[in-house]
Design a protein around this ligand. Structure first.
Ligand code: SAH
Length: 419
């Protein structure tokens, strides 16, 4: 029998359309109200779009994140209370500003408006390091007084494109990166001198040359204008090297807490072989090295691996090795070679881990796995695999790494079921 299309009576159709409109209107009103409330804390909230939870109190946003983690991981075990920040402001140790001109031709620094390449001028930000914001402000003034041209994305004319400031929380070292479209920087030495006079806390200044019309902030070529060209910071008593391009966790205070929890969950006694998968510049593995027999780090990005090797050497850790490659393939090879591993620490990107990786973990059968995640959905998906592969969730702790934003970081401790 041919399927007959159900036709709603006209009145019903109209009612439904009306209801839809009302829902839309209510949503709009809610968004407006949220923006208004957030605007009291930050005038750039709506255009910038970086802090989705500014309209809430800090307590309330932590509650929301806690509930989200519980909803997705609760079926595997208890979700412990979130580790919050005591001072949830100005935590970003890396600050990036676009340099542009407004309609009147004044030099502005700020962020790209959500979803566009239009620059929103930002004077102060609630989550960025305040020293970095002050330095950016000074650079803006200096660009004007030195009559240095600002790069124009449309005409591809001009010099200065971006400013990047990285501040080391423990050592106080500060790196300024000036991203320019060409290597020629007029009155470079005077500019550097004036900047250092205004901010003696700056320990190094780097010029990064990015002539391309891409959306990448940094180019490949660099020249050091002052200092060593890199800064160093301390995390959990270990020293780490940070260059303009190194990956480094943006919230130093919470990262220390995160790594300490990872070590707690790993229960190292000194005799273990540990894998640090998706290791970045080797931070977690190096922090774990004193308490393990051997640490093996694996990371896809070649530059990060180079930094990791340097970091291990600087900290005199002789029981740490790093390999460049895909973590899944690496683990599969480890399993095929019959290697013994006691603990796997893993901190994958937002896309999470893979079936291949978890299959290999099952085969290698370490006693414990510590999974750090910045994406709740992929974490929940991967935990499902782990559960099926004979692992039980023993701990789950939400960690607030990115206050005022909707991002949720979670650390999970897994134990082999037959232990
Ligand atoms: N553990 C580090 C970095 C975590 S970020 C820290 O705490 O600082 C995730 C890392 O996974 C990035 O460095 C990224 O380059 C790396 N990565 C992404 N895909 C990968 C893959 N398939 N195999 C190995 N590493 C990968």
């Amino acid at each position: 029998m041919a399927e007959r299309k159900r036709i709603l009576p006209k009145q019903k159709q109209e009612n439904l359309a009306e209801k839809g409109k009302q829902v839309e209107k209510r949503k709009e009103r809610k968004k407006k109200e949220e923006n208004k409330q957030g605007q009291d804390k930050c005038p750039y909230m709506e255009k910038c779009g970086g802090c989705q939870y500014l309209y809430l109190t800090y307590e309330k946003q932590c509650e929301i994140k806690q509930k989200q983690v519980k909803a997705l991981l609760g079926k595997y075990g208890k979700v412990e209370p979130m580790v919050k920040m005591e001072q949830p402001y100005y935590y970003r140790n890396k600050v990036h500003a676009v340099v542009d001109r407004d309609r009147k031709g004044n030099i502005i620094t700020g962020v790209y408006q959500k979803g566009t390449h239009r620059t929103v001028s930002v004077e102060h930000c609630k989550i960025e390091n305040q020293k970095a914001d002050a330095i950016i402000k000074t650079i803006r003034k200096l660009l004007k007084s030195f009559k240095i041209k600002v790069y124009d994305e449309d005409t591809e004319y001009g010099l200065v494109r971006h400013i990047l400031v990285r501040c080391a929380a423990k050592t106080g070292q500060v790196m300024v990166v000036l991203v320019t479209a060409s290597p020629i920087f007029p009155s470079k030495n005077h500019f550097v001198k004036a900047l250092r006079e205004a901010h003696p806390e700056i320990t190094t200044i780097v010029q990064n040359i990015n002539p391309r019309g891409t959306s990448m902030v940094l180019g490949i070529k660099e020249q050091v204008l002052f200092g060593k060209g890199y800064i160093e910071d301390i995390l959990c008593e270990k020293t780490f090297y940070i260059s303009s391009r190194s990956f480094y966790q943006v919230n130093s205070a919470q990262t220390e807490k995160l790594y300490r929890l990872a070590l707690d969950f790993a229960q190292l006694t000194g005799g273990e072989t540990v894998i640090d998968a998706y290791c970045g510049v080797g931070t977690i593995g190096i922090v774990a090295a004193d308490k393990a027999k051997k640490v093996i780090g694996v990371e896809l990005n070649q530059d990060a691996v180079k930094d990791a090797v340097k970091n291990a050497r600087n900290n005199q850790e002789e029981n740490v090795v790093f390999y460049q490659g895909d973590a899944g393939v690496f683990m599969k090879d480890m399993a095929a070679a019959g290697e013994k591993v006691d603990v796997v620490l893993m901190d994958p990107p937002r896309s999470g881990s893979t079936e291949e990786f978890i299959e290999a973990v099952k085969e290698i059968a370490p006693e414990r796995v510590v999974y750090i995640s910045c994406n709740l959905e992929t974490l929940a998906r991967d935990l499902e695999y782990f559960e099926k592969s004979g692992y039980r969730m023993r701990h789950a702790v939400p960690m607030d790494m990115f206050p005022w934003t909707e991002h949720v970081e979670t650390i999970v401790g897994l134990q082999r079921r037959d232990m």
